[in-house]
Design a protein around this ligand. Structure first.
Ligand code: FNR
Length: 387
C-alpha cells in the first residue's frame, strides 16, 4: 500500500482508501447510481475541454484567493457535504473541517453527518456551510436553521436532488448498513481491514449526530436511525418550500443539485444567492448531465445574479481551472477528500488538498495566468462532441 507521501494524485489516494477500508465502506464512497454512467461522465466531460496557454507573463506569484459565499477562501475549491464520515475514519467530520480550515477553505457539513453541527462549529473558526434537506419533519428543518444561526454558520445549502435515494447497487451487493453490521457472511470484507476494526474500539459512535435527538424524542424504539432519516425524505417538496426556507435564513443561501437553466432561474426568483451545479456525484439520477457541461447554459440565463459553484468529477487541478474558465466562481469536491480521510484521517484530507492546490498552481503558471480571477473564455476551447 502506498504511504500518504507516496500518493501523488487523487487516484493514488483512492487506491490507498480501497486497501484501508472494508469493502462496504469503500464502495459506499466510490459508487454511483445504476450503471454509474453519470458518475464516470462527470470526470470524463472535462476531457472535452482544452486549456490554452500564453507564455512570457511573469508567473512568479500565483494567487488562488477566491471570494464566494460572502467569504474569502485561500483556494478556489472547498469541501462538499458528505454524510457518515465516521464510517471512513475515526477523525470523521472533525478531521475534514480542521483540514479545510488549515488550508483556508470552507467545510460543508451534511445533515447526515456523524458529528453535530455544534461540535464542528466548536472545532474550527474557519468558514462553514450547513447542508439541509426539507424533511417531512418541518420542525426539525426549522430547528436546523436556528442551530446554524446560533453556531455561526456562514451559509446554508439546500440539496434538492434527493426527493428519494438513488439506486446504488454497489451498496446492495456489499451489504452496506448504517451503522455497520459485521456478520459471518460479510466478515471477510471487514476481517482484512485490521486498522479500521481496531479503530472501532476507540470510537464506535456512528450516530447521525444532527438528528439522533429527534428519533429519541419520537420514541421510535428499535427503529434504526437510518430508517427514520429515509422515511423523512419528502417527495412533495416544491419551490414554495424552498422559498419558505430561504426566508428564514439571512446569509448566503445555496441550492445544490441544479443542472437546468430553468431551475437556475427559479432559484434566482426565490432569493438564493448561489447554486451548486451538481448531480450529487452521479449518485442520484443516472444519465444526469456532467456539471461542467451545465455551467455555460446556466450562466447564459442567470448572468451574474447568482454565484455558481461546480461540484462533481473533479480529480485534477486542471478540472478546477476548466470550470473556472467557463464561468464558475468556485468548485467543490466530495470523493477526493473522502479518499484522503479514509487513507489517513485529517492528514489524508490535507494530502488531497495539497495535491489539488499544487496542481492548480502549477497548471496556472504553465498557462501564464497569475490569478484564478483572471481565467476566462480565452483560456479554454470546447472540443467537438466525440459521440
Ligand atoms: C455525497 N454527497 C452528498 N450531498 C449532499 O448534499 N448531502 C449528503 O449527505 C451527501 N452525502 C454524500 C456521501 C458520499 C459518500 C458522497 C461520495 C457524496 C454528494 C456530494 O456533496 C457531492 O455532490 C459529490 O460528492 C461531488 O462529486 P465528487 O467530487 O465526489 O465526484
Amino acid at each position: 500500500m502506498p504511504k500518504l507521501s507516496q500518493c501523488h494524485n487523487i487516484a493514488d489516494l483512492r487506491k490507498r482508501a480501497k486497501r484501508k477500508l472494508p469493502a462496504p465502506m469503500f464502495h459506499y464512497i466510490d459508487g454511483g447510481a445504476d450503471d454509474e454512467w453519470s458518475m464516470r461522465r462527470n470526470t470524463e466531460a472535462f476531457d472535452d475541454y482544452e486549456l490554452m496557454p500564453n507564455y512570457l507573463r511573469n508567473v512568479d506569484n500565483i494567487d488562488l484567493k477566491t471570494r464566494v459565499l460572502g467569504t474569502e477562501l485561500e483556494l478556489p475549491f472547498f469541501l462538499s457535504p458528505t454524510g457518515m464520515s465516521r464510517l471512513f475514519h475515526h477523525d470523521k467530520e472533525l478531521g475534514a473541517c480542521r483540514a479545510a480550515d488549515n488550508f483556508g477553505t470552507l467545510y460543508s457539513l451534511s445533515t447526515m453527518a456523524t458529528t453535530s453541527l455544534e461540535d464542528v462549529a466548536a472545532a474550527t473558526a474557519g468558514p462553514k456551510m450547513f447542508q439541509i434537506y426539507i424533511l417531512k419533519d418541518r420542525e426539525l428543518t426549522r430547528e436546523f436553521v436556528q442551530r446554524c444561526k446560533t453556531s455561526g454558520y456562514q451559509a446554508l445549502c439546500l440539496t434538492v436532488d434527493t426527493p428519494l435515494a438513488g439506486n446504488r447497487e454497489r451498496d446492495l451487493y456489499n451489504g452496506m448498513t448504517m451503522p455497520p453490521k459485521i456478520t459471518p457472511r460479510n466478515f471477510f470484507s471487514y476481517g482484512t481491514s485490521f486498522e479500521w476494526l481496531y479503530n472501532l474500539t476507540r470510537d464506535s459512535d456512528f450516530r447521525l449526530a444532527n438528528v439522533v435527538h429527534r428519533v429519541d424524542a419520537l420514541d421510535k424504539g428499535a427503529m434504526a436511525l437510518i430508517d427514520y432519516v429515509n422515511s423523512q425524505f419528502d417527495r412533495t417538496v416544491t419551490w414554495e418550500d424552498a422559498a419558505w426556507l430561504a426566508e428564514q435564513w439571512d446569509g448566503p443561501f445555496v441550492i445544490k443539485g441544479i443542472q437546468s437553466p430553468a431551475d437556475a432561474q427559479r432559484a434566482v426568483e426565490i432569493g438564493a444567492t448561489a447554486l451548486m451545479v451538481s448531480n450529487h456525484g452521479g449518485r442520484q439520477l443516472e444519465s444526469a448531465p456532467a456539471p461542467v457541461d451545465c455551467i455555460a447554459p446556466i450562466r447564459d440565463v442567470i448572468g451574474n445574479q447568482l454565484e455558481l459553484i461546480v461540484d462533481g468529477g473533479i480529480r485534477r487541478g486542471t478540472h478546477v481551472i476548466k470550470a473556472l474558465a467557463q464561468g464558475a466562481d468556485a468548485c467543490s469536491i466530495g470523493r477526493p477528500y473522502l479518499y484522503g480521510l479514509a487513507s489517513g484521517g485529517q492528514q489524508g484530507v490535507e494530502r488531497a488538498l495539497t495535491l489539488l492546490k499544487t496542481e492548480i498552481e502549477r497548471s496556472l503558471a504553465l498557462m501564464g495566468v497569475n490569478s484564478v480571477t483572471d481565467l476566462g473564455p480565452e483560456h479554454f476551447k470546447y472540443l467537438p462532441q466525440r459521440y
